[in-house]
Write a protein that binds this ligand. Structure first.
Ligand code: ADP
Length: 161
């Protein structure tokens, strides 16, 4: 069975992430979205909350699952027997970082292949961090995230805008 992981912080999942996951799910028989529990950046949602928001977002994608993990991404990939890792590549921000990470991961786990997919134009400039900034200031982000994520954001920032 062809299995791929799609790792990230997903704080929270956006339509850009979903676009990548939906397309990767057509290429691989099983796609496991891996939620880094403790990335090296400030988080708005707990790991459990991020997993729950993803679960609801992928409800109609039968071959997509979600799991949280800690430690090296390549170890997570080995544990779930993935042959490939999927990452999203946006126009301006991602290439250099993905390139460095890909070289390092190749050294750590030569068998694991990296598959980079480019999101649709409307999601090229969408990041979870920008999304959180806009939402924290009371901006409307309804077009950029699933409905339940927009209401989770509103709840987090209620009274803080
Ligand atoms: P990380 O902390 O690994 O950057 P993110 O949750 O920000 O985690 O992103 C996870 C993956 O999704 C990365 O490959 C990132 O490039 C990709 N990604 C993030 N936002 C988008 C988007 N708007 N469109 C496509 N891919 C995206």
């Amino acid at each position: 069975m062809s299995i791929a992981i799609y790792p990230g912080s997903f704080d929270p999942i956006t339509n850009g992430h979903l676009d990548i996951a939906t397309r990767a799910a057509k290429i691989f028989e099983k796609l496991i979205i891996g939620v880094y529990e403790t990335p090296n950046k400030p988080l708005l949602f707990t790991a459990e909350e991020r997993v729950e928001l993803i679960k609801q977002a992928i409800a109609d994608l039968p071959n997509v699952e979600v799991e949280s993990f800690n430690g090296l991404t390549v170890d997570f990939a080995n544990r779930v027997k993935a042959q490939a890792m999927v990452r999203g590549l946006r126009m301006t921000t991602d290439f250099e970082r993905e390139f460095d990470m890909a070289m390092m991961n190749k050294k750590l786990s030569p068998e694991l292949e990296l598959v980079c997919l480019m999101p649709r134009v409307e999601y090229q400039f969408l990041s979870s961090s920008l999304l959180k900034e806009v939402a924290s200031l009371g901006g409307n982000v309804d077009d950029l995230v699933p409905k339940h994520v927009a209401s989770a954001l509103r709840k987090k920032f209620q009274g803080k805008a």
